[in-house]
Design a protein around this ligand. Structure first.
Ligand code: UDP
Length: 479
């Protein structure tokens, strides 16, 4: 229906499980501000088929672009970043660029002024002719993205030695001091002339050609990060977060029975007594680290709900195997004492778990969705960042006083001990001392997030998205 708004918004999320839900939610937020807005979500047939859209008033139309991973030397089932190992990422990024002609064809069939809102990895859409305007939506936070992209611009970092562990990383941002363990291994190894660097530098260059950057953060929480992003990309930057994949009250699972059992288990627990443990949709740790984590959780004496994923040495799609865990662990923690609940299917209804009154803290890999979901519920975190910009997210939330890092990375050299895990869990779950302080700070972040979207049309992020839409409409008027 283009009658009430002459504008057509085309959303183009990257082919990654974690990215699509945020774009869908963005569509809902846009439609709340402009009820007549035409919104199309463009992706591959496989990703579109996997979406669960609300049956009544879906916020978007869908448009499929043909994509065959096997044509690019990738496994036939490699439809999303989550299906791949790190060494396959670059071929996958390259393969994703093959969507360009079909994307351009689609845009050329749209006869109203179009605003493309693309993922950063699809920022090459900035030079697609016929679009009235172009924006990049970053589902991550401002600081994490600014540091991540800046690191690629200032390679190589592999000359770092153990003696020079800590360093002001980026000439752009001399105040940001990172430790070498806060840089993913493939970044440390990059020379500036390798395929990774080439890809990310192309991404940065394309982001500099966009008209606007929408960021999944709150202006009041990340003023410095937003300033860094502005300096990185030079584009108008609009904080529109938190853009949460789904409201905490609604269920969205493929396995409602398992979800119900998890919620029933939580229902039977005292308020704020449970630690929730989950490394997101695609990350994991080594077998040795899994064992230390298990024994640390057990030693803490704190009740826990753990989404157990295959250790790194195993196939990421492997079904649960008791051999992933220390001998006797399952029986001890799930036995009569009922200390823990293991989620063996690899997926928990996270938003509902975090919103549950029994959840007291979250041991997380610091993926940005997890961070936002936790803090929006006022739940303090134990951080175990594993890759990409998770290290920078962990640094940010530690500075906010709502997270303590319990471990870092999943290389063999990344040490984690059961004693350290048990101690950190006890500290963060404590009602008094540092744990209590973290909970108070998390509650204050939660209030700031709620205020940013006080109503679909009120709050700093609502106003920011409105400002963005107006600038797009002005551009459309000139089109
Ligand atoms: N998630 C979930 N259940 C799980 C694991 C993950 O619902 O067992 C959801 C989580 O709520 C979040 C997303 O998957 O919305 C993970 O995104 P994040 O950015 O935290 O990490 P990623 O998976 O992209 O590394």
């Amino acid at each position: 229906n283009t009658e009430s708004s002459p504008l057509h918004v085309v959303l183009f999320p990257f082919l990654a499980r974690g990215h699509v839900p945020a774009f869908l939610r963005l569509a809902t937020l846009l439609r709340a501000l402009r009820p007549g807005l035409d919104v199309t979500l463009v992706s591959t047939p496989h990703i579109l088929a996997s979406l669960t859209l609300p049956p009544s008033s879906p916020p978007v139309r869908l448009h499929a672009l043909p994509f065959s991973p096997a044509d690019h030397g990738l496994p036939a089932g490699a439809h999303s970043l989550a299906d791949l190992q790190v060494h396959q990422f670059i071929p996958f990024f390259r393969a994703s660029e093959s969507l360009r002609p079909a994307f351009e064809d689609f845009i050329s069939t749209v006869h109203t002024p179009t605003c493309i809102i693309a993922d950063a990895f699809f920022a090459w859409t900035a030079d697609v002719a016929r679009a009235a305007s172009h924006a990049v939506f970053l589902p991550g936070g401002a600081f994490g993205n600014a540091v991540f992209f800046s690191v690629w611009e200032h390679l190589p970092h592999h000359a770092l030695t153990d003696a020079a562990d800590e360093f002001p990383l980026l000439p752009d941002f001399p105040d940001v001091v990172l430790h070498r363990t806060q840089i993913p291994r493939y970044m440390l190894a990059a020379t500036g002339a390798d395929p990774w660097s080439a890809f990310f530098r192309r991404v940065v260059a394309s982001c500099r050609a966009t008209d606007a950057v929408l960021v999944n953060t709150v202006g009041e929480l990340e003023p410095a990060g937003l300033d860094m992003l502005r300096r990185c990309f030079g584009a108008r930057t609009w904080p529109v977060g938190p853009v949460l994949a789904e409201p905490p009250s609604s269920g969205s699972s493929e396995s409602p029975d398992d979800d119900a059992a998890i919620i029933r288990w939580l229902d039977a627990r005292p308020a704020r007594s449970v630690l929730y443990v989950c490394f997101g949709s695609q990350n994991s740790v080594t077998a040795a680290q899994t064992a230390e984590l298990a024994l640390g959780l057990e030693a803490s004496g704190v009740a826990f709900l753990w989404v157990v994923r295959p250790p790194l040495e195993r196939d990421a799609k492997e079904g649960f195997d008791p051999a992933w865990l220390p001998a006797g662990f399952e029986g001890r923690v799930e036995g009569t004492a009922g200390l823990g609940l293991l989620v063996r299917g690899g997926w928990a209804p996270q938003a509902r778990v975090l919103a549950h009154r029994s959840t007291g803290a979250f041991l997380t890999h610091c993926g940005w969705n997890s961070v936002l979901e936790s803090l929006s519920c006022g739940v303090p975190m134990l951080g175990w960042p594993l890759g990409a910009e998770q290290f920078f997210n962990a640094k940010l939330v530690a500075e906010w006083g709502v997270c303590v890092e319990v471990a870092r990375g999943n290389m063999e050299s990344s040490k984690v001990t059961r004693e350290a895990v048990a101690e950190a869990v006890g500290m963060v779950m404590g009602e008094t001392g540092k744990g209590g302080e973290m909970r108070r700070k998390a509650a204050s972040v939660s209030r700031a997030m709620a205020a940013a979207w006080e109503e679909p049309t009120r709050g700093s992020s609502a106003e920011s998205l409105e400002g963005f839409l107006r600038s797009v409409e002005t551009a459309a008027g000139r089109w």
